[in-house]
Design a protein around this ligand. Structure first.
Ligand SMILES: [Zn+2]
Length: 169
């Protein structure tokens, strides 16, 4: 990716980046040391790439279709999924669920794990739409999916088992 740095006297602190005709234009305050400029360019490059990857991951509707299938298979199609999408992995969690809005977010790292592991995370978050906790009743719902323990082991081996607490806000 080509990069163009625009140094602006007027922008005291604001740092921004966007793609303009395939060139990453990074706006930085003038007078920043070269080393720091390079750090910012790399950071902004990763951010823009991450956003683009996310747009691609969410554009084909595959995740939504899979969630609808799993809803039918494991919950009789009873759950109301307002929205489900990948988000950049920012807080080291695999997934999250906002129960009263019916919105589910999956880390984009899950785009690269086997489908049966990803299915577990989707089912886990779907179950939170019924039980917004990690009670035994919650786990009984999740364990309708027979690969639950294997999938948890798989995620743990990757160093992350934290699916995050469901939020009602
Ligand atoms: Zn959970």
């Amino acid at each position: 990716m080509d990069v163009r740095i625009v140094r602006s006297e007027r922008r005291q602190r604001t740092i921004s980046a966007r793609l303009e005709a395939g060139v990453l234009v990074v706006r930085l305050p003038a007078g920043m040391p070269a080393e720091q400029e390079q750090e910012w360019v790399e950071r902004m490059r990763q951010r823009v790439l991450g956003r683009r990857r996310n747009d691609e991951l969410n554009s084909d509707g595959a995740l939504r279709r899979r969630a609808d299938e799993l809803n039918r298979t494991y919950f009789g199609g009873a759950l109301q999924i307002a929205d489900i999408r990948y988000v950049p992995n920012q807080d080291a969690r695999w997934g999250s669920c906002t129960t009263n809005q019916g919105t589910i977010r999956l880390s984009d790292r899950l785009a690269d794990v086997p489908a049966w592991v990803r299915d577990y995370v989707i089912i886990h978050e779907l179950a939170h739409l019924i039980r917004p906790d990690h009670s035994p009743a919650f786990w009984r719902l999740v364990q309708r999916y027979k690969l639950t323990e294997r999938a948890r082991g798989y995620l743990m081996a990757l160093g992350l088992d934290d699916l995050g607490e469901p939020t009602g806000a």
